[in-house]
Design a protein around this ligand. Structure first.
Ligand code: GTP
Length: 406
């Protein structure tokens, strides 16, 4: 080969080498084909769990390996409903509608009749063929057992004996009629005993009723029941929890009030000054133009001086606003003559204007009505005939005597 041929051969080899190098460089810069439409949407980036980080990834936020996976079928997410914005509900407790007091005694008559064996026992004795001295002694004993008291018993037996003997009455209905008349004369002596409650709004201030009595006689319950009687008569009432001695008494009273929408003024401190609570209750009654303020008091009877100090102070302090219109003494009928002693002590301490006899549903001692009125010269105005909220009735002598003889 000559020189020219050698030069041509070298030139060809050099060109071939250059061409392959350019080809290699061009291949490195090639684009990926574009993803099919929609593919990006279904591609998920999954975090591959590792043995060590399971459970804490959510809080650490660490991502180890992110790599695309094949599109997976996913169930469409249930649309989350936007929470409805509602006005906050104000819970107003359903207020009870107390029963009207008129006619309550008629409803409760059976209860009174059931527990008062007095009339039945007397009628049985009076219906005997022979009304001898022994029978009259038994009649007397029955009346004493019913807590009628010694004097009223003697009076009743003497008058009945005279009338039965003089008239020669033997017929049961006639005997019943005479007995009814005599009992009625004792229960309602007609000496101007005013049984109405002084609960009328005075000019510029509410009527103020203080409720006093020994613990456990039913004071707080009576205040609660009385509030219902007044609410049933469309009166605006405020309760004063001046029984600060027993911690639960204020709660108990407030519960009674809440049931009929009546506010209770109380101290947030146990053992607070009862007079100051009573004062505040009347003040609230004046400010809210209430008709009646009912004040529950503590009735510790440890000694007369202590009682006088406490009740006397409550009354004096309340009277800075105006007079106390009614002081009701609550007596438990089942305590009989013992209750009479309590009544006397209270009447010496405060000027009692009316009596509430509670628990007459559970005793055959209905005669206490006569005894207590006589001893204190104050009328029974209300009687309690059960634990139900509307088991407090205005005292009606006729209905009471009828129930005794039912
Ligand atoms: N069966 C019957 N129970 C009554 C009557 N009145 C009240 N009670 C019950 O007597 C108990 C005592 O009543 P309270 O009202 O707590 O007596 P309280 O006098 O206020 O007692 P203190 O607050 O301790 O002074 C309660 O169980 C009442 O339900 C009634 O007329 N009949």
């Amino acid at each position: 080969m000559d020189t020219v041929q050698w030069i041509i051969l070298i030139a060809i080899v050099a060109l071939a080498a250059l061409g392959s190098t350019v080809g290699l460089l061009a291949g490195r810069g090639r684009k990926q084909p574009p993803l099919p439409p929609g593919a990006a949407d279904t591609t998920t980036l999954e975090r591959r769990p590792s043995a060590t980080d399971e459970g804490d990834a959510e809080t650490s936020g660490a991502v180890d390996v992110l790599e695309p996976t094949a599109p997976v079928e996913t169930t469409p997410a249930t649309p989350v409903a936007e929470p409805e914005v509602t006005e906050p509900e104000i819970l107003v407790p359903d207020l009870e509608r107390p029963e009207a007091p008129r006619g309550r005694l008629v409803r409760l008559r059976a209860r009174l009749a059931r527990s008062n064996a007095l009339g039945r026992g007397l009628l049985e004795l009076l219906s005997r063929d022979k009304l001898d001295a022994d029978t009259w002694d038994e009649i007397e004993e029955t009346l004493l057992m019913a807590d009628l008291g010694v004097d009223p018993t003697t009076e009743l037996v003497d008058r009945l004996r005279e009338r039965v003997t003089v008239l020669g009455v033997r017929d049961v209905d006639q005997v019943r009629g005479l007995l009814r008349e005599e009992l009625k004369a004792l229960v309602d002596p007609g000496e101007g005993l005013d049984r109405s409650l002084a609960v009328d709004h005075a000019p510029g201030r509410p009527a103020v009723v203080m409720v006093v009595g020994v613990n456990g006689t039913g004071k707080t319950t009576t205040v609660g029941k009385l509030a219902r009687v007044l609410v049933a008569e469309d009166k605006d009432v405020v309760l004063g929890a001046a029984d600060t001695f027993r911690a639960a008494a204020a709660d108990q009273l407030a519960t009674w009030g809440d049931r009929v929408g009546v506010p209770t003024i109380r101290s947030d401190r146990d053992g607070a000054d009862p007079a100051s609570v009573a004062f505040d209750a009347v003040k609230a009654g004046i400010e809210t133009e209430a008709d009646v303020v009912l004040i529950d008091t503590a009735g510790r009877l440890q000694n007369k001086v202590g009682l006088m100090d406490e009740l006397g102070k409550v009354k004096r302090v309340v009277e800075k606003h105006g007079p106390v219109d009614e002081v009701l003494l609550v007596l438990d009928a089942t305590t009989g003559q013992n209750g009479m002693q309590q009544a006397k002590v209270f009447s010496e301490v405060v000027n009692i204007t009316g009596i509430v006899l509670t628990k007459l549903d559970g005793t055959a001692k209905g005669g206490i009505v006569v005894a207590v009125q006589r001893t204190l010269g104050v009328p029974v105005k209300l009687i309690g005939l059960g634990e139900g909220p509307d088991d407090l009735a205005p005292f009606d002598p006729d209905a009471f005597v009828d129930a005794l003889l039912a």
